[in-house]
Write a protein that binds this ligand. Structure first.
Ligand code: ADP
Ligand code: MG
Length: 472
């Protein structure tokens, strides 16, 4: 068969583009395109307006051509023709598959966006919500206090000036402190206020998509997707440890984007220096980042976050209850908000305000769990050994290699802080060592805390993981 099936090629390209761009973006720009006919080595596509045509050309022409070429095995050109609204519907090819309705969420004003006028406005209405970003993870909902102001201000600067302000950028800190919220706020702002392409992805999904693209025999699709975006947000990079192939892929993606001055943002649950199982070259890339940490909120900040949540839920919670929750939950923002939500749910279900007494009663278990003093030593050893990619037996054993001795000292230090065990008791549990060894280890870490600026946050984050482990 000498001649190509141009219509089939177009359909094939659309299928690919839909995957590349995501449902929302795809349906924003491609549903209104119609295959008209084959030209001379080209496909002729109908567009509803000059505005639409220009936008598609500027944004997607290269991507469309690349997909066409892939499907055809040679270059195919693209021509656009204006079509006037409804007339073309009949007899012409409809989109490949029925396009599912745009997901609910905040659908923009302008319900009558069916007709393009060529003005700038309809574009925003068409765009809708970003497919991967939560619409409540915005700066307006992020309470800024001393614990996070540096990170928040840097994030705001980036959102106003992507690729230029601080690039690459890395936010780190323990679980539930607002890393994902802040990262997505950057994405939401840029997406709302510019034509920049924004991708948000967890490290786990980044790996999954990579594996899938290889299984499908189309690794180039993966590369294209991530190397030709304006903003790439990758959440929880600690996940990449010990996964070598994806580390390589990320390394190349990183370089490609940075070379073309595209914005990169990462989050991590620990300082980069603690990512032991990462290739040196990838680590050196993360080291290039502006690194900012999020600290747990203090009392005043906890109150402010709770008040802001109450306001956004339109709830009625008296200050004395805000005070109660703030005083009792200090671990992280997620737990804090979760506790408050239990109370808000209560008022909504009961249809009446909540009293201090009922609040105390309802949260008793939560408060107890966070105060839990009876941590098992086993859980400390588990969490610390896992963090340093060792086994519990390594920490409890006799081995003296440096990569074990240091984590063991940290575990002893944390155990001394978090439990009521004496140094003698700890010595017994750590492989039958005597109490002077335990004391010596603890002193070592105390000394190191004075000289190593990241150790404090490592230990805090370990403690949080241990608490979490115990509350499961
Ligand atoms: P992380 O990614 O660090 O584990 P998240 O970003 O998922 O944490 O935050 C946990 C929860 O706390 C989310 O609901 C988030 O909206 C909320 N949160 C965190 N920090 C703040 C803040 N400063 N102001 C308001 N909400 C916050
Ligand atoms: Mg997160």
């Amino acid at each position: 068969m000498a001649e190509l099936d141009f219509e089939g090629l177009w359909k094939e390209a659309l299928i690919q583009l839909r995957t590349d761009l995501g449902e929302e973006e795809f349906s924003g720009w491609f549903t209104d395109l119609k295959y008209l006919r084959a030209g001379e080595n080209s496909v002729v596509i109908g567009v509803p307006s000059a505005f639409h045509r220009d936008k598609v050309k500027a944004r997607y022409q290269n991507a469309i051509k690349a997909r066409l070429k892939e499907a055809a095995g040679r270059d195919i050109s693209l021509e656009f023709e204006l079509i006037s609204g409804n007339k073309v519907e009949n007899g012409l090819v409809q989109p490949v598959q029925p396009i599912p309705p745009v997901k609910t969420g905040q659908k923009k004003e302008n319900p009558s966006s069916g007709t393009e006028t060529g003005a700038e406005k309809p574009e925003k209405a068409k765009k809708g919500k970003h497919p991967q970003l939560r619409d409540d993870y915005i700066f307006d909902r992020f309470v800024i206090g001393e614990n996070n102001s540096f990170a928040a201000n840097a994030a705001i600067a980036i959102s106003r000036n992507p690729g230029k302000a601080y690039n690459p950028f890395l936010v780190y800190g323990g679980v539930g402190l607002g890393k994902t919220h802040l990262m997505q706020a950057i994405g939401n702002y840029i997406y709302e206020n510019s034509d920049n392409k924004v991708i948000y992805i967890t490290s786990e999904n980044f790996l999954n998509e990579f594996v899938q693209s290889i299984q499908d025999g189309k690794p180039h699709l993966f590369k294209n997707k991530f190397r030709y975006t304006d903003v790439l947000l990758i959440d929880d990079i600690q996940f990449f440890q010990e996964k070598e192939r994806i580390q390589d892929e990320l390394f190349f993606t990183f370089n490609a984007l940075l070379d073309s001055k595209k914005q990169l943002v990462f989050t991590c649950d620990r300082p980069v220096t603690d990512l032991k199982k990462l290739s040196e070259r990838l680590k050196s890339r993360f080291e290039m980042c502006l690194k900012v940490d999020l600290q747990p909120p203090r009392y005043e900040e906890r109150c402010a976050i709770l008040k802001s949540t109450v306001k956004s839920r339109n709830a009625d919670i008296p200050d004395e209850i805000i005070d109660l929750v703030s005083k009792n939950i200090s671990s992280n923002v997620r737990d804090l908000i979760a506790a408050l939500k239990t109370l808000i749910d209560y008022t909504e279900i009961m249809g009446k305000p909540i009293t201090l007494e009922i609040a105390q009663q309802r949260l008793r278990d939560t408060f107890n769990a966070t105060r839990q003093a009876n941590l098992s030593l086993e859980s400390i050893i588990r969490v610390v050994s896992e963090y340093y990619s060792l086994t519990p037996n390594d920490l409890k054993g006799r081995k003296k290699s440096q990569n074990i001795v240091y984590p063991r000292q940290i575990a002893m230090y944390i155990a001394r802080e978090m439990t009521d065990y004496s140094t003698t008791e700890l010595g017994q549990d750590f492989g039958g060592r005597d109490h002077t060894t335990v004391m010596h280890s603890i002193e070592k870490i105390k000394g190191k805390l004075l000289t190593d600026p990241t150790l404090d946050s490592t230990i805090e984050s370990l403690k949080r993981s241990i608490k979490e482990f115990n509350s499961k």
